[in-house]
Design a protein around this ligand. Structure first.
Ligand SMILES: *Cc1c(COP(=O)(O)O)cnc(C)c1O
Length: 381
């Protein structure tokens, strides 16, 4: 038997066979009708998942690339951005702003919590910001932002609301237009079941007014205006990642066939079962309901226990690849992806191997309790 390899990270995630076959198609002319149809189909599926009527722009990039692009298009020298900071990805976003010589302020929130909209409103009343930046699903902690409430606060101000939904989109509900999200960015390798390499963006009317304005901006590859003008014809400004386009189109067809509400409900059901099983092993979920994530499950270890040994043991003995943390939670949490191409059996195996790992490492766990808790959770949904 070949050694199993179970990719259970919070991204990149497992790529289904249908998508892998699509990735293997012959490369075609990126300005011809065949690829044009693919770009158009991607856009029509993504509009539903994003909850928007905006054009959708594609870039060959990891998620961080489109984070940078969203700032480069909306902000210039002297402009000030406010980062709603409750985890590692919000910190990265603010670091990108500093790298672009923008003024980056943070509204600090304890990790595992989400921002209080009233505090945001007070901050916006006090200082003029050109942009507010929020992380939809903070992958370092498993906290989900209340974008409806945040959007309601930002909507009445001159600021644009920029949202990173790299690890949310396709696994957690997103209503860009209804919630007043001005720039929504995501990437291919999380709940969208593709390899890394495609960045996705959609832009509101309010943000287009700023992007199209006369203020100088440092942008070329990332210029949303060029991307929009090309998207009209099903093209991208520069050579796109053609193969990834085929793959993403296939993945979006799979989501469409399952039905978006069913996909979102499946993510909820799987996360709840994994979190119930974790709790039965003495590993409670780090971020509590109602803001806990359905796409990234972060389990907290008891005081004095080391995450690194669990992550290593799961990989070396059970071929199961999960994540620890590379930030201030380092050593204290373990993280699983519960997004994309995942089903009940994956969660059962996760818990079986996690229980074995803890037993191997000499923890006093009750045998079978995790699987019983997961099955009990499954039977309720
Ligand atoms: C994965 C992720 C990103 C993007 O990271 P890349 O490695 O650049 O693709 C951005 N934000 C969040 C919240 C993420 O989970």
């Amino acid at each position: 038997m070949p050694k199993p390899y179970r990719l259970r990270l919070p991204g990149p995630t497992t790529v289904p066979e249908r998508v892998r076959n699509a990735l293997a198609k012959p490369v075609v002319n990126h300005r011809g009708p065949e690829f044009g149809a693919v770009v158009k189909e991607i856009e029509s599926h993504l509009r539903k998942i994003m909850g928007t009527a905006n054009p959708v722009l594609l870039f060959a990039a990891s998620g961080t690339g489109v984070m940078e692009a969203s700032l480069a298009n909306t902000l210039g020298t002297g402009d000030r951005a406010l980062f709603l900071s409750n985890g590692q990805f919000a910190e990265r976003f603010a670091a990108i702003a500093k790298g672009l010589n923008l003024q980056a302020d943070s509204l600090e929130v304890p990790w595992g919590k989400s921002v209080n909209p009233a505090l945001l409103a007070a901050r916006l009343a006090e200082t003029d910001y050109q942009a507010v930046i929020a992380i939809h699903n903070e992958s370092s902690t498993g906290a989900v932002a209340d974008l409806e409430a945040i959007g309601a606060v930002v909507r009445g101000t001159p600021a644009v609301l920029i949202v990173d939904s790299v690890s949310g989109l396709g696994g957690i509900d997103m209503q860009q237009d209804r919630w007043g999200v001005d720039i929504l960015l995501s990437a291919s390798q999380k709940a969208l079941m593709c390899p890394p390499g495609l960045g996705l963006i959609s832009v509101s009317e309010k943000a287009w007014k700023i992007i199209d304005g006369n203020a100088p901006r440092a942008r070329f590859y990332w210029d949303f205006r060029k991307a929009r003008d090309n998207a009209v014809d099903g093209q991208t400004a520069f050579t796109p990642a053609v193969s990834l386009g085929f793959g993403l189109c296939e993945a979006l067809r799979m989501i469409d066939e399952e039905g978006l509400p069913n996909v979102l409900a499946r993510h909820e059901r799987l996360a709840a079962a994994l979190q119930a099983g974790g709790a039965a092993l003495g590993l409670p979920v780090f971020t509590k309901s109602p803001i806990r994530s359905n796409t990234v499950t972060v389990l907290q270890l008891p005081e004095g226990k080391d995450a690194g040994s669990i992550v290593r043991h799961l990989y070396e003995n059970y071929g199961t690849v999960i994540a620890g943390a590379r930030n201030k939670l380092d050593g204290t949490v373990i993280r699983f992806g519960t997004m994309g191409y995942v089903d009940d059996a994956d969660i059962i195996l996760d818990l079986m191997y996690l229980e074995r790992t803890l037993l191997d490492l000499g923890w006093p766990v009750v045998k079978g309790a995790a699987l019983a808790a997961a099955n009990e959770s499954f039977s309720r949904t």
